[in-house]
Design a protein around this ligand. Structure first.
Ligand code: LLP
Length: 391
């Protein structure tokens, strides 16, 4: 793919008028990403539910909605937000290990497509709440497939020791409950093994495991009409300008090739990061430059409160100096925020064109899991939001 920067001089000039820090979203890139995604989804006949947890900004959600995606939610408030921006209830799925009774009741009232159930006890509670409301709950069992995702420990979800999904030992009891309870409608099975997965072989391993599992379900007399493989497709944090749009076609192709899909089955995915990750950047201004004994610090007005990924996962985000004119020499900086924590950094050992007070920096690939994970620690003001189609 041709490498072009998201930040032309005209855009930088317009951005420099806003109070920092703020999240900037390139809506054009989001649309291109969605077009590519929809083409691939059509080619492989799959349904995509956008995972709101990655970014729940209403303007972005309504664009995503325009392209006909469904929604994947993990809280009652996410369901509420999805409905508010116009996602139809029949395209909403609801996962999460700790759904409260109130959230389950709201989901039943809203008549969403499917609750992805993560424990035996949760299934019992859903059955009971559906009975009290005289409704039928449509459910999929989220099964823990014990597949290693090869990604960061904190975003790995499909191993036996992870808290997610129904452990295999409890699945027979769940099936029995489904078969005995008229208030439960079994739709199918759900998996999500982790996030930021860049090795597609991991998904092949998931497919092989899913094939075994669905065979077992068939033997129990339960047809799996709905196969939900979750999300997890990674993005290129190292070089966002080289790969602004993830390779959705290769991703779906793996499932097409290795999953034993029957004609009566629908295939569902819950993509978050790969949809919105690259279209966002965190824009911050340099407050001070400080030369320590060994390290040179660029102290900026955004920090872990606006982007916690470096502090929490040691994640790398490319940093660009947007305002350095050509010819400035490069130096190595730790780009750090104003928060009173040593873990408050956005990048370490970053090579940047000489940084001066007042420069604007872009922390790239911050469309997913940035704004949604923000906090007001140190009583900091919430960051602003700027969209390219409003400039
Ligand atoms: N479905 C389920 C059940 C999930 O738990 C997740 C993400 C997704 C779908 C969407 O996965 P994606 O396509 O975005 O990989 N805060 C972390 C990521 C946490 C992911 C949580 N679950 C980060 O910043 O890397």
């Amino acid at each position: 793919m041709k490498k072009k920067s998201m930040f032309t001089p005209e855009i930088v000039q317009k951005l420099s008028r806003f109070r920092t820090p703020f999240y900037y979203y390139d809506v054009g890139l989001l649309r291109e990403t969605l077009e590519t995604l929809c083409q691939a989804a059509e080619q492989y006949d799959v349904n995509v539910h956008y995972a709101l947890k990655a970014n729940a900004e209403p303007h972005l959600l309504s664009i995503i909605r325009e392209y006909g995606l469904g929604a994947d939610c993990v809280s009652g408030n996410e369901i509420q937000r999805a409905l508010e921006v116009g996602f139809p209830p029949e395209a909403i799925v609801f996962a999460g290990v700790g759904k409260t009774d109130l959230e389950i009741e709201h989901a039943l009232e809203a008549d969403i497509f499917c609750l992805n159930v993560e424990s035996l006890q949760e299934l019992q509670v859903i059955a009971e709440l559906a009975r009290l409301k005289d409704r039928i709950a449509s459910v999929a069992l989220r099964i823990n497939p014990n597949v290693e995702a090869g990604t960061h420990e904190y975003i790995t979800t499909g191993r036996e020791e992870d808290k997610f999904g129904i452990p295999w030992k409890d699945v027979p009891a769940a099936v029995e409950l489904l078969q005995q309870t008229p208030h439960l409608r079994f739709l199918g099975i759900h998996f999500h093994i982790g996030s930021q997965i860049t090795d597609l072989n991991v998904f092949k391993r998931l497919c092989l495991r899913v094939n075994d599992i669905q065979r077992w379900f068939r033997q129990q007399g339960l047809p799996v009409l709905h196969l939900n493989l979750g999300g997890g497709l990674g993005i290129d944090y190292d070089d966002p300008d080289a790969h602004p749009i993830p390779d959705f076609a290769s991703y779906f192709q793996i499932f097409d090739r290795y999953l034993e899909r029957r004609a009566d089955q629908t295939l569902h995915f819950e993509l978050g990061r790969s949809v919105v990750g690259q279209c966002g950047a965190l824009i911050t201004r340099v407050l001070y430059v400080k030369q320590g004994v060994e390290r040179r610090y660029a102290i900026v007005d955004a920090g872990m409160t606006e982007l916690i990924r470096p502090a929490l996962y040691g994640a790398y985000h490319q940093i660009d100096n947007l305002t350095a004119e050509a010819g400035r020499k490069s130096f190595t900086y730790d780009v750090v925020g104003p928060v009173c924590e040593s873990s408050d950094f956005l990048g370490k050992d970053v090579s940047l064109a000489e940084v001066r007070r007042g420069d604007l920096l872009a922390i790239r690939s911050a469309g997913a899991y940035a704004a949604v994970m923000a906090s007001q620690y140190n009583l900091r003001d919430p960051a602003g939001v700027v969209f390219s189609d409003m400039l």
